[in-house]
Ligand binder design. Structure first.
Ligand SMILES: [Zn+2]
Length: 414
């Protein structure tokens, strides 16, 4: 089994022969080839996807279970084409999981989903450069690495600040723009012994070394871009504490550009909404929050004044009191009920605000616990909500008339 991706990571299409094909899991077939450019999952890099098309000996292909071409299909599309859904390496064999059976012995033409692979190679190489710089500047190791279609996360076993990460990002991008040649080779044991390289674990068998001159030397089985310029750009998009170090999020190439576009669109919208320059939207938002905080405090004071005036209009009493208020949010309703209890307008006070068959409520008392009453009122008025001590709040699914009838009947208090 020749691993074409090891010597030439930029091979997008290749020809090979089917060695074995067996039914596998989930209705897929396990196919091995004599050579392949499909990268199997490994070293933190996801597998390739793509297609395998039978080019040689169509008769064999037919016998081995190809579908009959549907009406209208031209002879050019009669060739058997299988989708490669996953690729894994097991016991030294690279297994392609295909959706069609491919007859052993037949010649196939393989095509890699290049956008997916290119994304992986850019991120993988970007990750090498960044991890190498972190190691040489701070001595931290890359102890966890995840690569997907949404970019890369790297875990380092030491603390980094965002300022430090930004400085490293600059240095990493200088290596990208220098368009350096990325080398990958299997050194002899003697050469390997002399080499200083990063490695996550003790390695057995031949060790493949990947080097970015001036950036990183690392043992790795994955695919990388041939020249650093292909990465385009390396962008750190997040940094947070993780275990004894940090987890860093990173985007490269097209993914970084797409991220920039999304953020640009957001900043432009905020800038328009706040009539602020794009470079000053954070200051504008801070100002807005300050203003809205002040308005909230002012509104709170006004509500207090209104509630006090409303309270003054009501006589003191020792009977249960029911009040309805229009469009009062739950927090203000609570404020009003508290005020009514303090001013001794009733021994129990139920404040409601809403319309139709939906009323927020707050039940307060001057000294009694309200939990039990809340439970009964909820069951009589299809309500939900609860509270402890002398205050409870929730929602009744009932009309104003029903609430008044239940409250006045007094059953809830028995
Ligand atoms: Zn690598």
């Amino acid at each position: 089994m020749e691993k074409l991706y090891e010597q030439k990571p930029d091979i997008k299409e290749f020809d090979a022969a089917v060695v074995t094909c067996q039914p596998g899991k989930n209705g897929l077939y396990d196919v091995t080839l004599n050579r392949t450019a499909f990268y199997p999952e490994g070293g933190g890099q996801p597998f390739d996807t793509g297609i395998l098309e039978v080019t040689g000996d169509p008769e064999t292909a037919k016998e081995a279970g190809t579908r009959e071409p549907a009406d209208g299909e031209k002879s050019a599309s009669r060739r058997l084409t299988a989708k490669v859904a996953e690729v894994h390496e097991k016991d030294g064999r690279i297994i392609h999981y295909t959706d069609r059976e491919l007859p052993p012995g037949s010649q196939v033409h393989g095509v890699i989903d290049w956008e997916r692979r290119q994304c992986h190679m850019r991120h993988h190489t970007g990750e090498h450069i960044f991890s190498g710089l972190v190691h040489s500047h701070y001595g931290y190791d890359n102890v966890g690495f995840h690569m997907g279609q949404d970019g890369v996360t790297i875990d380092f076993n030491g603390m980094l600040t965002m300022d430090q990460a930004v400085e490293l990002e600059r240095e990493a991008n200088r290596l990208v723009w220098a368009d350096l040649s990325v080398e990958a080779w299997y050194p002899s044991p003697e050469e390997l012994h002399r080499l200083e390289y990063r490695s996550k674990k003790e390695l057995q068998g031949p060790v493949r070394i990947v080097r970015v001159p001036g950036g990183d030397t690392c043992a790795c089985c994955g695919t990388h871009v041939s020249r650093t310029g292909e990465i385009g750009v390396i962008k750190v998009t997040g940094l947070k504490k993780y275990k004894s170090g940090v987890r860093l999020e990173m985007l490269c190439g097209l993914k970084a550009l797409e991220d920039y576009e999304k953020k640009q669109e957001q900043v432009a919208r905020i800038s328009n909404l706040l009539s602020a320059k794009q470079g000053q939207v954070a200051i504008a938002v801070e100002k807005l929050l300050e203003e809205s905080g002040a308005q909230k405090r002012q509104m709170g004071q006004l509500y207090q004044q209104i509630f006090r005036l409303r309270c003054e209009q009501l006589p003191r009493g020792k009977e249960p009191l029911l009040v309805f208020e229009e469009d009062l949010p739950p927090a203000q309703l609570r404020m009003f009920v508290t005020c009514l209890c303090q001013e001794e307008k009733g021994d129990l006070v139920l404040g409601c605000s809403g319309s139709g068959r939906e009323y927020h409520y707050v039940l307060g008392s001057r000294g009694e616990k309200v939990e039990e009453f809340t439970g009964k009122l909820n069951s009589l008025l299809e309500g939900k909500g609860s509270g402890r001590g002398m205050m409870a709040q929730g929602l009744f699914c009932a009309s104003r008339e029903e609430i008044e009838r239940v409250w006045n009947a007094g059953e809830w208090r028995e």
